[in-house]
Design a protein around this ligand. Sequence first.
Ligand code: NI
Length: 146
Amino acid sequence: MEKFFRLNDLYLKKIKHKLRFWMISVKNLASVSGQEWSTTEKYPGVRWKFLIDSDFDGSSGLSLGFAEIAPGGDLTLHYHSPAEIYVVTGGKGMLNKSGELEEVKKGDVVYIAANAKHALKNSGTETLEFYWIFPTDRFSEVEYFN
Ligand code: NI
């Protein structure tokens, strides 16, 4: 009997692993309302949540999170080896493109090449909101350098 259960568990594990390849999931901020906002002293006024991320849902290949920068808040100059995309969904900010400044606002999308130095500061009076996308399974594997 015990053996039967063990085999059954193994079978279920295999099926679950297979299903991950066909996984399609819908998320929004409400569906991750139980998740605490993440913050760091390094980036004052910045907070974020993970939406599509292997650490949370077993997704793979791409990861996405949502970030807010309060007025005056600053996601200071940094770089990382994966390329990155921002999708700005609210407010406006000053994007630092390796030293060159450009204002971004709701509706803008930003492509950041691998290892390109970038920063984003809220230059407006309302919260700057954006999604980031990395070509990685999870945010936690992206190493940030200054
Ligand atoms: Ni970045």
